[in-house]
Design a protein around this ligand. Structure first.
Ligand code: UD1
Length: 419
């Protein structure tokens, strides 16, 4: 297993190009199953999660070609069973359920297990498929979906912790070929849901309201191939802005969409940083004096849970006491114990972290536990004294394209040790 060594104490400066959004690309690639026509998807990031999705599509019978960020897919004849040995590697594999059910009226996909950020049920996805007329069974660890036909329905997808992002995508994909109209209430409003809807519309689907809590889908008999460019990854952009906050003189993220970064930019401004933006870039400078924060993760447009760990790393070395409340995945605090190994002072009480800023962190051997927690450890290591050794970096490679190389181009000193 690769590890990375972060030599702390350097200052970052310069510009970094942001890649296509992982969380948009995954369901969009799955949506290509809905047509026999050729789809061309541009700005697909080079990440292991994307590789798993393309492998699943290949095993389902799709012809897949990939060259420098452009993926061409033709799903002429497809199977309906996704193989366990690949599905188990990535929770987002569940987003093939919707398109398989939509096109073939049948699907067999392994039930995803829990993960370190908590129990991650898919009950809302299954409730939606049932409402459309599918029979749902769980047998031998697999989810089996079957329907004679799919009929549009009114479905509320809001759960105990808010709306579901992939669930909203799955129900949109299952209902585009259903008979009649589907009304999704309590839909997720994330930009990735809008991106998926735009791709489906380009394929001939009739969808309105994406980006609001109420999405309406009017079923059509078939979809055709389409071209699409994936939106920029707002979490990658946010992570580099926090790198700029933690260790930067002046850092600019380019090829990004500032509108998608509203809550992150506001939080960084509230913490006392200076931020400016153009139509497709955001710059952070360390000017101004620091202020502790009170932040609460919420569904979009609120503060994203996928930026919570990185902010904990930043707040750990800022004067004063900050409070971070996690409402989307209440158990998502695996990074806290590792940050404490580096000298952070954090009290964890259920879904709330109280962070008492210290002057400096110090390098230590730490363990990456999930994607965003790993990114937080890299960020914390940038200004720390000495060397931080981060093990299990495959978690980072799931969601960040060459984060070490991109940070090094800004002036960081990170080595990757291949095993
Ligand atoms: C997506 C993102 C993930 C992000 C999350 C929340 C992808 C590939 N992943 O995950 O990076 O952190 O949105 O912004 O896009 N829930 C249920 N029942 C369900 C589904 C979800 O109770 O059927 C709960 C979850 O446990 C969680 C909350 O709803 O507490 C939100 O989860 P959800 O939006 O579904 O996350 P994902 O779509 O899996």
């Amino acid at each position: 297993m690769d590890k990375i060594l972060v030599h702390g104490g350097v200052r970052l400066e310069g510009a970094v190009r942001i890649g296509g959004s992982k969380n948009s690309a995954l369901p969009i690639l799955a949506a290509t199953l809905l047509t026999k026509g050729k789809c061309v998807i541009d700005r697909v990031p080079d990440l292991s999660d994307i590789h798993y999705m393309l492998t699943i599509l290949g095993r389902l019978g799709c012809e897949v070609e990939r060259a420098s960020g452009v993926v061409q897919i033709r799903a002429e004849k497809i199977l309906t069973e996704a193989p366990y040995e690949i599905v188990r590697k990535m929770r987002a594999s569940v987003c093939v359920l919707g398109p398989l059910l939509g096109r073939e009226k049948a699907a067999k996909v392994s039930l995803p297990g829990g993960c370190v950020i908590g129990d991650r049920p898919i009950d809302l996805h299954l409730k939606g498929f049932e409402a459309l007329g599918a029979t749902v069974m769980v047998k031998g660890g697999d989810i089996l979906l079957e329907a004679k036909k799919l009929q549009g329905a009114r479905i509320n997808l809001r759960g105990r912790h808010g709306p579901t992002v992939l669930g909203t995508g799955n129900i949109m994909m299952a209902s585009v070929l259903a008979e009649g109209t589907t009304d999704i209430e309590g839909a997720a409003e994330e930009p990735e849901v809008i991106d998926l809807a735009n791709f489906l519309i380009a394929m001939g689907a009739k969808i309105s309201g994406a980006g609001t809590q109420h999405i309406q889908i009017e079923g059509v008999p078939e979809l055709h191939g389409a071209n699409h460019t994936v939106i920029p990854d707002r979490i990658e952009a946010g992570t580099f802005l926090v790198a700029g906050a933690i260790a930067g003189n002046r850092v600019t993220v380019t090829r990004t969409e500032p509108k998608h970064l509203g809550a992150v930019i506001t939080a960084l401004k509230n913490a006392g940083f200076e931020l400016s933006h153009t139509s497709d870039s955001v710059t952070i400078s360390p000017n101004g004096s620091r202020r502790p924060l009170h932040i609460e993760t919420l569904p979009y447009p609120g503060f994203p849970t996928d930026m919570q760990a990185q902010f904990c790393a930043m707040l750990a070395t800022m004067d004063g006491t900050s409070v971070v409340t996690e409402t989307v995945f209440p158990q998502r605090f695996m990074h806290v114990s590792e940050l404490k190994r580096m000298g952070a002072s954090i009290d964890l009480n259920n879904h709330r972290a109280t962070i008492h800023g210290v002057e400096r962190l110090s390098g230590a051997p730490v363990m990456a536990s999930d994607l965003r927690a790993s990114a937080a450890l890299v960020l914390a290591a940038l200004p720390a004294d000495g060397i931080t050794e981060i093990n299990r970096v495959y978690h980072i490679d799931r969601g960040y394209e060459a984060i070490d190389e991109k940070l090094n181009a800004l002036g960081a000193h990170i080595e990757r040790v291949k095993s």
